[in-house]
Design a protein around this ligand. Sequence first.
Ligand code: UDP
Length: 234
Amino acid sequence: MYKRIVFKLSGEALAGKRGFGLDAERVIEITNEIVEVRALGVEVAIVVGGGNFFRGVAEHAKEMDRVSADNMGMLSTVINAIALQDAIEKHGVQCRVMTAVAMDQIAEPYIRRRAVRHLEKGRVVIFAAGIGNPFFSTDTAASLRAMEVKADVLMKGTKVEGIYSADPVLFKDAVKYDEITYMEILKQGLKVMDLTAVSLCKDNNLPMIIFNMNQPGNIRRVALGEKVGSIVTS
Ligand code: UDP
């Protein structure tokens, strides 16, 4: 079992079958699993994306200034974070949202030592607004925060079973890797997480696990150290 995890949750995962915005049922399903993991004694931090509302690089944003578009993307992650916090607190589990962009009336500012203290006290911490800078992704935020709070693993939930040699939805002969190195991902340009995030994990030797989060119970299985999905190490 891992002591402290950072779980990267994409915005898309919260949209469920709707494909856009928030699917209340999916939010409840996911947070039920997160609360279950917390109850086992694992310290849980979540980095949430915002793609279910807005991405700076989206086609419909291409006429926009990239910085403005990315600011909108970062704000989308805050909406998701508040929805997750609300669903987690319904279980009586304490949860704090910390944002990389100051918005004191809505959430706490991200302060590393305070985040670590929350985790030590058993609170679920949700990191929102990415790293607070445009031209980055929440994948990179997840690896950065994982390093900062000294997490044991970075977990990323996806729609497929793990890392494949090619997109398994498009290529039926794609091979799944149970284990793979950071270097292989970078060399093959595999679209697992953005390359900045992978490089950061590589430089700091932080294991990453990519797994299917649509399979009920998988979040718990990964947190308990069961062999699920693909693990990335050096
Ligand atoms: N974003 C940003 N800086 C960050 C993190 C995110 O500008 O540090 C913006 C960027 O526009 C991104 C959007 O927020 O497209 C939503 O994040 P992301 O695409 O990573 O969300 P996900 O794909 O995980 O839902």
